[in-house]
Ligand binder design. Structure first.
Ligand SMILES: [Mg+2]
Length: 267
């Protein structure tokens, strides 16, 4: 455990925990997952994912397969966050053009919007592993006609068992180039995603510990939302942070290290 900053007597009262690269990598549990979820069971906690191809239910099932029991209501996916964003920004019945997988289409419907064209008011983009060129073409036309581009994340890659594959940010970069639109991001590192998670906790932001494996997405976003942050060296950022860039309050090399820290916090 390395504490980089912050008072020595500070202790978290609630947790916002990124899942990919922290609890598992691809389909494989990281060591200490079951103990971590057991020890934090009584904590106010929200588990986050920027992956728009999963639902809270599928995340809970995956965790269960990996030996960890987490109630669905403690999981916040970026597709669920998209529902909140779209419901706040658009009137019910508005039509949007969606590129993404099933959970994102479900999210659009849950916001009261429709995918019936023509007359699309926005392009909503998440990861689509069956993406076709014609979809990029249709989205490009809409963006050039002035539709906003609303994306679930700007993450460049997703880590899978087969290695890094292009994620939503890579598709967004293509559409930014062809459509000339700056994407509006709903997921990490945007503050609104962390704030949505923290609203569920009932604890002030400065008592929340945001745990993640990405300096750019988790640490920068958690800090912007007013929380303390812990970097896990088990995902995308494997080296201790340098002098430049976001600086987490804590750095942990493994889940058992984090669990040990939280145990000491509760005495
Ligand atoms: Mg992650």
């Amino acid at each position: 455990v390395v504490q980089l900053s912050g008072g020595g007597d500070w202790a978290p009262a609630a947790l916002v925990v990124d899942m990919d690269g922290v609890l598992y990598r691809g389909g494989t549990a990281l060591a200490g997952l079951d103990e971590f979820t057991r020890v934090t069971r009584t904590w106010p906690r929200v588990l986050l994912t920027n992956n728009s191809t999963v639902s809270a239910a599928s995340c809970a099932r995956k965790l269960q397969r990996l030996g960890a029991v987490v109630p669905e209501r403690e999981i916040l996916t970026v597709s669920a966050a998209m529902t909140g964003y779209l419901a706040a920004e658009f009137t019910p019945g508005t039509s949007v053009y969606v590129i993404g997988e099933r959970p994102l289409h479900d999210a659009v419907r849950a916001a009261g919007l429709t995918e019936e064209g023509p007359g699309y008011a926005a392009v909503v983009l998440g990861l689509d592993r069956d993406l076709r060129y014609a979809q990029l073409g249709q989205a490009t036309g809409l963006l050039r006609a002035g539709c906003p581009l609303i994306v679930t994340s700007l993450d460049p890659v997703l880590l899978t068992a087969a290695g890094a594959v292009p994620a939503t940010g890579a598709i967004a970069a293509a559409l930014r180039t062809s459509g000339g639109a700056e994407p509006v991001c709903v997921g990490k590192p945007e503050q609104r995603f962390f704030r949505a998670a923290m609203r569920r906790l009932g604890v002030p932001a400065d008592r929340v510990l945001v745990v993640g494996d990405s300096l750019d997405a988790d640490i920068a976003g958690g800090q912007a939302a007013g929380a303390r942050t812990a970097l896990m060296l088990t995902g995308v950022n494997r080296a201790r942070p340098g002098a430049a860039g976001p600086r987490p309050d804590y750095v942990f090399g493994s889940l058992p290290e984090l669990t040990g820290f939280l145990r000491r916090c509760t005495g």
